[in-house]
Design a protein around this ligand. Structure first.
Ligand code: NAD
Length: 428
């Protein structure tokens, strides 16, 4: 099938590369020139396992190209995926300006086109597609949804750090359809994916995404609350959650206690659904508590550190800046809050991350960045480990011996007790 992708960031590019890998012809459209140029040069715009090899492969085979010409992308495709950002406004509600703007542009491009299916892949609150996307498409194309073009919502569940394998091997595919014809076209694109395909109304599909993210975030905040209790009682939260997670009704995933969740999705999506609930006159007690627990969780590591030393003038080495391993994404990363607090307390921060330094430096140019963990640890008074990078799992006694003072606190369970002695975790 011929596909166009509108907005080729983490989700758009992973979708485009994944679909091209399955033999579809993909045109990526983006308003950012550097994004388009990089894709055509086979250079990924972010770090993600497999992206570099797969992008090179599909661009070299002529299956994927990028353009700044939306008409070209639409005219040469049968289905367009909208994967533009849906960030939070200052009050936490969803900012729909990108999705609205992209729908207007897409509507104009649809004028010159026969039947075409538009698929909303961005995470949008229930009613957004019907109240914002659909009217913009109809108004600016002068066409009728259902008759002249199709419309679906197809939420994305990929995780950064395993985006391509998640896209290619999803647990399920959700198709929210305006009408049967639109849903049939999208389902045919996913033919051969080995997972259940659930077809629903547009609003239901939009809600499935929010309910999924809210539930996963709830598991994390719940684990953190249990973890905080465990720490007080000298219990290892990981051993507890291993025992808990083997219950089939619970599952072992997303039970890792630590410094809280970050990333571009959970915080903004939970804030958006909270704001929507309040507008409807509901009080979303559970989701609000999830956010409250998560707000305080990163600072637990600072409290623990402060219980051991005064931070003023101390050199603190921070290992890990990305919000999770295998990505360079730092959006809402706990490291931002933790390093901010260290600076506020007068500490001298030295940081290392295998992939995220470039992005982090834009936020905190004033701290010292090192080329490897060893350099970061040298002469430090304490070390905080904030991301579970594989590289940190191999750190050993020799790496930490160069510290001036031996205080090591993990915010994510990373270190191997067989290789390193004398360290503790924020919840273990
Ligand atoms: P991103 O910021 O990485 O990328 C968005 C891209 O859209 C950028 O390249 C930007 O230049 C481009 N863009 C903005 N306005 C545009 C327009 N009018 N026309 C064309 N391009 C435009 O965003 P992302 O992380 O890929 O997220 C996109 C959507 O997917 C969001 O709704 C997000 O909630 C959702 N989502 C993200 C993830 C994730 O892990 N990142 C997972 C599931 C769902």
């Amino acid at each position: 099938m011929k596909i166009s992708i509108i907005g080729t960031g983490y989700v758009g590019l992973s979708t485009g590369v994944g679909l091209a890998k399955r033999g579809n012809r993909v045109i990526c459209f983006d308003i950012a020139r550097d994004v388009v140029e990089k894709i055509n040069r086979k250079e990924p715009i972010f770090y993600e396992p497999l992206i570099s090899e797969m992008l090179t492969d599909v661009v070299s085979k002529g299956l994927l190209k990028a353009t700044m010409d939306l008409d070209f992308a639409v005219i040469n495709s049968d289905v367009s995926f909208l994967s533009v950002p849906t960030p939070s406004k200052i009050d936490g509600s969803i900012d729909t300006s990108y999705i609205r703007g992209a729908s207007v542009s897409l509507g104009k491009a649809l004028k010159k086109k026969g039947y075409h299916v538009v698929v909303v892949k961005s995470t949008v609150l229930p009613e957004t597609t019907e109240n914002i996307v659909l009217p913009a498409l109809e108004k600016f194309s002068g066409k009728k949804c259902g008759k002249d073009f199709g419309l679906c919502v197809n939420p994305e569940f990929l995780r950064e750090g395993s985006a391509l394998s998640d896209f290619l091997k999803p647990d399920r595919i959700i198709i929210g359809e305006f009408d049967k014809k639109s849903g049939d076209v999208l389902e045919s694109l996913y033919k051969g994916f080995n997972c259940p395909i659930i077809r629903t109304s547009i609003k239901t599909a939009e809600m499935i995404k929010y309910a999924s993210n809210a539930f996963l975030a709830t598991k994390i905040s719940f684990s953190n609350e249990m973890g905080n209790l465990c720490k007080r009682m000298g219990i290892d939260a990981y051993e507890v959650m291993r025992g808990v997670g083997l219950d089939k009704r619970i599952s072992p995933h997303f039970l890792n206690a630590g410094i809280g969740f970050g990333g571009s999705c959970f915080p903004k999506d939970l804030n958006a659904i909270i704001s929507k609930a309040r507008n409807l006159g509901e009080t979303p007690i559970i989701i609000e508590s999830v956010m409250k627990t998560n707000y305080n969780q990163p600072l637990r590591i600072i409290e623990l550190l402060k219980s051991k030393m005064d931070l003023k003038g101390k050199k603190i080495s921070v290992l890990g800046l990305a919000f999770k391993a295998d990505t360079d994404d730092i959006r809402e990363a706990p490291s931002i809050k933790i390093i901010g607090k260290l600076i506020e307390e007068g500490a001298i921060v030295s940081a290392y991350d295998p992939k995220a330094i470039k992005r982090f430096r834009e936020k905190y140019p004033q701290i010292n960045y090192t080329k490897n963990p060893r350099e970061c640890l040298k002469d430090s008074d304490a070390c905080l480990i904030l991301t579970d990078w594989e590289e940190f799992k191999n750190l050993n006694e020799r790496d930490f011996n160069t510290m001036r003072n031996r205080i090591i606190i993990e915010g994510r369970k990373v270190l191997n007790p067989k290789n390193v002695s004398k360290f503790e975790g924020v919840c273990w």
